[in-house]
Design a protein around this ligand. Sequence first.
Ligand code: CDP
Length: 221
Amino acid sequence: MIVAIDGPAGSGKSSVAKAIAKELKLRHIDSGAMYRAVAWKSRELGIDLEDQERIAEVAQSIQIEFVPGEDKQEIAVDGKIVTSALRQEDIGIRASRVATQQRVRQALVARQQEIGQKGDVIMDGRDIGTVVFPDADIKIFLDASPEIRGQRRHLELNEQGDAPDRQEIIEDIRRRDDEDRNRKHSPLRPADDAVLIDTTGLELDRVIEKILQLIKTKRVQ
Ligand code: CDP
Protein backbone atom coordinates (compact mmCIF):
# COMPACT_ATOMS: atom_id res chain seq x y z
CA MET A 1 0.00 0.00 0.00
CA ILE A 2 1.46 3.36 -1.03
CA VAL A 3 -0.34 6.61 -0.21
CA ALA A 4 0.93 9.86 -1.76
CA ILE A 5 -0.04 13.19 -0.19
CA ASP A 6 1.03 16.38 -1.94
CA GLY A 7 0.28 20.04 -1.44
CA PRO A 8 1.76 23.44 -0.66
CA ALA A 9 3.22 24.61 2.66
CA GLY A 10 0.70 24.65 5.50
CA SER A 11 -1.92 22.61 3.66
CA GLY A 12 -1.79 20.06 6.49
CA LYS A 13 0.04 17.27 4.65
CA SER A 14 2.31 16.20 7.47
CA SER A 15 -0.32 16.21 10.24
CA VAL A 16 -2.75 14.30 8.05
CA ALA A 17 -0.11 11.80 6.93
CA LYS A 18 1.03 11.24 10.51
CA ALA A 19 -2.51 10.48 11.70
CA ILE A 20 -3.28 8.15 8.79
CA ALA A 21 0.03 6.34 9.26
CA LYS A 22 -0.90 5.68 12.89
CA GLU A 23 -4.41 4.48 12.04
CA LEU A 24 -3.38 2.18 9.19
CA LYS A 25 0.03 1.16 10.56
CA LEU A 26 1.96 2.59 7.63
CA ARG A 27 5.40 4.19 7.76
CA HIS A 28 5.20 7.96 7.45
CA ILE A 29 7.91 9.65 5.41
CA ASP A 30 7.94 13.44 5.29
CA SER A 31 9.89 14.00 2.07
CA GLY A 32 10.09 17.75 2.79
CA ALA A 33 12.24 16.91 5.81
CA MET A 34 14.77 15.41 3.39
CA TYR A 35 15.01 18.67 1.40
CA ARG A 36 15.19 20.55 4.70
CA ALA A 37 18.00 18.21 5.83
CA VAL A 38 20.04 19.07 2.71
CA ALA A 39 19.33 22.77 3.29
CA TRP A 40 20.38 22.54 6.95
CA LYS A 41 23.51 20.47 6.40
CA SER A 42 24.74 22.57 3.48
CA ARG A 43 24.28 25.69 5.59
CA GLU A 44 26.16 24.10 8.51
CA LEU A 45 29.00 23.43 6.07
CA GLY A 46 28.88 27.05 4.86
CA ILE A 47 28.07 26.06 1.28
CA ASP A 48 26.74 28.80 -0.98
CA LEU A 49 23.33 28.08 -2.55
CA GLU A 50 24.81 28.74 -5.98
CA ASP A 51 27.41 25.99 -5.50
CA GLN A 52 25.23 23.29 -7.03
CA GLU A 53 28.09 20.82 -7.22
CA ARG A 54 28.71 20.78 -3.48
CA ILE A 55 25.01 20.87 -2.61
CA ALA A 56 24.47 17.82 -4.83
CA GLU A 57 27.31 16.06 -2.99
CA VAL A 58 25.58 16.78 0.31
CA ALA A 59 22.30 15.35 -1.06
CA GLN A 60 24.11 12.19 -2.15
CA SER A 61 26.17 11.60 0.98
CA ILE A 62 23.97 12.84 3.83
CA GLN A 63 22.50 10.24 6.16
CA ILE A 64 18.83 10.89 6.95
CA GLU A 65 16.94 8.74 9.44
CA PHE A 66 13.31 8.86 10.54
CA VAL A 67 13.44 7.79 14.18
CA PRO A 68 10.15 6.75 15.85
CA GLY A 69 9.63 8.75 19.08
CA GLU A 70 7.06 8.88 21.91
CA ASP A 71 4.41 10.85 20.06
CA LYS A 72 6.32 12.26 17.15
CA GLN A 73 8.89 11.03 14.73
CA GLU A 74 12.36 12.55 15.12
CA ILE A 75 14.70 13.24 12.22
CA ALA A 76 18.39 12.48 12.52
CA VAL A 77 20.90 13.92 10.07
CA ASP A 78 24.30 12.26 10.09
CA GLY A 79 23.45 10.78 13.47
CA LYS A 80 22.26 14.01 15.13
CA ILE A 81 18.60 14.68 16.02
CA VAL A 82 17.71 17.97 14.31
CA THR A 83 13.88 17.81 14.15
CA SER A 84 13.14 21.33 15.41
CA ALA A 85 16.10 22.96 13.67
CA LEU A 86 14.71 21.60 10.39
CA ARG A 87 11.28 23.12 11.00
CA GLN A 88 12.61 26.68 11.22
CA GLU A 89 11.25 29.08 8.62
CA ASP A 90 14.64 30.07 7.18
CA ILE A 91 15.42 26.39 6.60
CA GLY A 92 12.07 26.01 4.80
CA ILE A 93 12.98 28.89 2.50
CA ARG A 94 16.47 27.50 1.85
CA ALA A 95 14.91 24.03 1.27
CA SER A 96 12.71 25.37 -1.51
CA ARG A 97 15.86 26.86 -3.12
CA VAL A 98 17.85 23.61 -2.99
CA ALA A 99 14.73 21.77 -4.20
CA THR A 100 14.99 23.59 -7.54
CA GLN A 101 18.35 21.87 -8.23
CA GLN A 102 17.93 18.82 -10.40
CA ARG A 103 20.76 16.74 -8.92
CA VAL A 104 19.42 17.25 -5.42
CA ARG A 105 16.02 16.04 -6.58
CA GLN A 106 17.50 13.01 -8.35
CA ALA A 107 19.39 11.96 -5.22
CA LEU A 108 16.42 12.38 -2.89
CA VAL A 109 13.81 10.87 -5.23
CA ALA A 110 16.01 7.75 -5.57
CA ARG A 111 16.09 7.40 -1.77
CA GLN A 112 12.34 7.93 -1.52
CA GLN A 113 11.66 5.27 -4.14
CA GLU A 114 13.94 2.87 -2.31
CA ILE A 115 11.94 3.41 0.90
CA GLY A 116 8.74 2.80 -1.09
CA GLN A 117 9.98 -0.55 -2.38
CA LYS A 118 9.32 -2.05 1.05
CA GLY A 119 5.66 -0.98 0.69
CA ASP A 120 3.17 0.17 3.35
CA VAL A 121 4.20 3.77 3.33
CA ILE A 122 2.49 7.13 3.32
CA MET A 123 4.73 9.86 1.94
CA ASP A 124 3.97 13.56 1.83
CA GLY A 125 5.60 16.23 -0.31
CA ARG A 126 5.25 18.13 -3.56
CA ASP A 127 5.95 15.53 -6.27
CA ILE A 128 5.05 12.22 -4.64
CA GLY A 129 2.02 11.46 -6.83
CA THR A 130 3.59 12.91 -9.99
CA VAL A 131 7.24 11.76 -9.87
CA VAL A 132 8.19 9.60 -6.86
CA PHE A 133 5.26 7.15 -6.91
CA PRO A 134 3.29 7.67 -10.13
CA ASP A 135 1.64 4.27 -9.45
CA ALA A 136 0.66 5.01 -5.83
CA ASP A 137 -2.54 3.26 -4.71
CA ILE A 138 -4.04 6.54 -3.66
CA LYS A 139 -3.05 10.14 -4.34
CA ILE A 140 -4.33 13.12 -2.41
CA PHE A 141 -3.65 16.79 -3.13
CA LEU A 142 -4.36 19.11 -0.21
CA ASP A 143 -4.72 22.86 -0.60
CA ALA A 144 -6.01 25.87 1.33
CA SER A 145 -5.88 29.65 0.99
CA PRO A 146 -2.44 31.25 1.63
CA GLU A 147 -3.92 33.17 4.61
CA ILE A 148 -5.12 30.01 6.34
CA ARG A 149 -1.88 28.18 5.58
CA GLY A 150 0.10 31.14 6.91
CA GLN A 151 -1.98 31.14 10.11
CA ARG A 152 -1.36 27.43 10.63
CA ARG A 153 2.37 27.82 10.08
CA HIS A 154 2.44 30.82 12.42
CA LEU A 155 0.76 28.75 15.13
CA GLU A 156 3.17 25.87 14.60
CA LEU A 157 6.22 28.15 14.86
CA ASN A 158 4.79 29.84 17.97
CA GLU A 159 4.24 26.49 19.65
CA GLN A 160 7.85 25.70 18.90
CA GLY A 161 8.92 28.89 20.73
CA ASP A 162 9.69 31.03 17.67
CA ALA A 163 7.58 34.19 17.45
CA PRO A 164 7.58 35.36 13.85
CA ASP A 165 5.37 38.05 12.40
CA ARG A 166 2.18 36.52 10.97
CA GLN A 167 2.05 38.73 7.90
CA GLU A 168 5.68 37.92 7.13
CA ILE A 169 4.93 34.19 7.32
CA ILE A 170 2.02 34.58 4.88
CA GLU A 171 4.39 36.41 2.51
CA ASP A 172 7.02 33.65 2.88
CA ILE A 173 4.37 31.08 2.04
CA ARG A 174 3.31 32.98 -1.08
CA ARG A 175 6.94 33.26 -2.22
CA ARG A 176 7.59 29.57 -1.58
CA ASP A 177 4.35 28.61 -3.41
CA ASP A 178 5.48 30.64 -6.34
CA GLU A 179 8.91 29.01 -6.37
CA ASP A 180 7.53 25.46 -5.95
CA ARG A 181 4.82 25.87 -8.62
CA ASN A 182 6.99 27.54 -11.24
CA ARG A 183 10.27 25.66 -10.97
CA LYS A 184 11.52 23.74 -13.98
CA HIS A 185 12.01 20.32 -12.34
CA SER A 186 9.03 18.57 -10.74
CA PRO A 187 6.89 21.65 -10.06
CA LEU A 188 4.17 21.39 -7.45
CA ARG A 189 0.97 20.24 -9.16
CA PRO A 190 -1.71 17.64 -8.54
CA ALA A 191 -1.31 14.34 -10.41
CA ASP A 192 -4.07 13.81 -12.97
CA ASP A 193 -5.51 11.02 -10.84
CA ALA A 194 -5.19 12.79 -7.46
CA VAL A 195 -8.20 13.54 -5.26
CA LEU A 196 -8.20 17.27 -4.50
CA ILE A 197 -9.22 18.40 -1.01
CA ASP A 198 -9.50 22.06 -0.07
CA THR A 199 -8.87 22.21 3.67
CA THR A 200 -9.61 25.95 4.07
CA GLY A 201 -12.78 25.48 6.10
CA LEU A 202 -12.14 21.90 7.19
CA GLU A 203 -10.92 20.72 10.56
CA LEU A 204 -8.00 18.32 10.58
CA ASP A 205 -10.15 15.43 11.84
CA ARG A 206 -12.59 15.85 8.95
CA VAL A 207 -9.75 15.75 6.42
CA ILE A 208 -8.35 12.60 8.03
CA GLU A 209 -11.80 10.94 8.05
CA LYS A 210 -12.32 11.81 4.40
CA ILE A 211 -8.99 10.29 3.34
CA LEU A 212 -9.49 7.16 5.47
CA GLN A 213 -12.85 6.72 3.76
CA LEU A 214 -11.23 7.07 0.33
CA ILE A 215 -8.60 4.47 1.21
CA LYS A 216 -11.26 2.10 2.52
CA THR A 217 -13.29 2.41 -0.67
CA LYS A 218 -10.17 1.83 -2.73
CA ARG A 219 -9.28 -1.28 -0.72
CA VAL A 220 -12.64 -2.99 -1.29
CA GLN A 221 -12.56 -2.32 -5.02
O1 CDP B 1 6.27 21.77 5.74
P1 CDP B 1 6.23 22.62 4.52
O2 CDP B 1 5.06 22.27 3.65
O3 CDP B 1 6.40 24.06 4.78
O4 CDP B 1 7.49 22.31 3.65
P2 CDP B 1 8.18 20.92 3.48
O5 CDP B 1 7.20 19.88 3.06
O6 CDP B 1 9.00 20.64 4.69
O7 CDP B 1 9.17 21.19 2.22
C1 CDP B 1 10.15 22.20 2.22
C2 CDP B 1 10.49 22.54 0.78
O8 CDP B 1 11.05 21.37 0.17
C3 CDP B 1 9.30 22.89 -0.09
O9 CDP B 1 9.04 24.29 -0.14
C4 CDP B 1 9.68 22.37 -1.47
O10 CDP B 1 10.36 23.35 -2.20
C5 CDP B 1 10.64 21.25 -1.18
N1 CDP B 1 10.04 19.92 -1.42
C6 CDP B 1 10.04 19.44 -2.71
O11 CDP B 1 10.46 20.13 -3.63
N2 CDP B 1 9.59 18.19 -2.98
C7 CDP B 1 9.10 17.42 -2.00
N3 CDP B 1 8.67 16.19 -2.29
C8 CDP B 1 9.06 17.90 -0.67
C9 CDP B 1 9.53 19.17 -0.40
